[in-house]
Design a protein around this ligand. Structure first.
Ligand SMILES: N[C@@H](CCC(=O)N[C@@H](CS)C(=O)NCC(=O)O)C(=O)O
Length: 247
């Protein structure tokens, strides 16, 4: 689904992106291991949208390249270029895609279900992922040793999955308990929706990178298995991306 144009320099690619007419293919600036990029990859796949994959190597600090900074002043991936529209935040990108490309809707019409999806997304985007981001972990690593860094990340991922922020808007039930009761294939229904798009990259990264024990979260563990069977999620996996290391 994704294509890589590795023959060009990043600057040439960005210059190309800026000059691109509105009708041409979407361009996603992404890093293979970035959970925020993974969210957008899942949504693009779900909506059947072809895109060019523009790798930004976070480990080589390419996010600080002045040309990339023009696209996204906060120097984070992902960034999406759609003609002359440039968006540099995964949540904003997903809402933009939802408005522009309504096929496979990500947000249900029912206000409660809609709020639940946004709540799941917001908790992950605001209260979990930012605490494991490189600027934070690099700072901690400077101050402490690497064992302390992994403990910090595990603490915040665990806390995020069970903490009071996971209380639903219409009742004081934690998200894990509510999802336990829902019995649908995915978090908020039998179709993949916005909440799922945020959940899976967080769960996947938690397992693969941070050693989170999912047996503490049976509902989330079951959902993870369902996501792993879904082609849109499979194609968005970190190791399937063109910039992923081969080994
Ligand atoms: N709120 C932003 C957060 C983006 C973000 O934190 N991206 C990370 C990768 S998942 C990043 O680019 N980090 C760059 C860095 O750590 O310097 C979004 O959802 O897009």
């Amino acid at each position: 689904m994704a294509s890589d144009d590795s023959s060009k320099t990043q600057q040439e690619e960005i210059a190309g992106a800026e000059a691109t007419p509105a009708s041409s293919k979407l361009k996603l600036y992404s890093f293979w291991r970035s959970s925020c990029s993974q969210r957008v990859r899942i949504a693009l796949n779900l909506k059947g949208l072809e895109y060019e994959y523009r790798a930004v190597n976070l480990l080589a600090k390419e996010q600080s390249d002045p040309e990339f900074e023009k696209l996204n002043p906060i120097k984070y991936v992902p960034a999406l270029v759609d003609g002359d529209t440039v968006i540099g935040d995964s949540f904003a990108i997903l809402l933009y895609l939802e408005d522009m490309y309504p096929q496979h809707p990500l947000l249900p019409k029912d206000p409660k279900q809609r709020a639940l999806n946004i709540q799941i997304a917001s908790i992950i985007a605001s209260s979990i992922q930012p605490l494991q981001n490189y600027p934070v972990t690099d700072f901690i690593q400077e101050k402490f040793d690497s064992d302390e860094v992994i403990k910090w990340i595990q603490h915040h991922i665990n806390r995020g999955f069970t903490a009071p922020q996971f209380i639903l808007f219409h009742g004081l039930i934690a998200l894990e308990k509510l999802l336990k009761g829902c019995g649908t294939k995915y978090a908020t229904g039998n179709e993949v929706q916005l909440g799922d798009i945020f959940l899976e990259p967080q769960i996947y990264g938690g397992i693969k990178r941070f050693g989170i024990d999912m047996s503490n979260y049976p509902v989330l563990a079951r959902l993870h298995e369902a996501y792993m069977e879904h082609p849109a999620f499979q194609a968005a996996l970190p190791e399937k991306q063109p910039d992923a290391p081969s080994s």
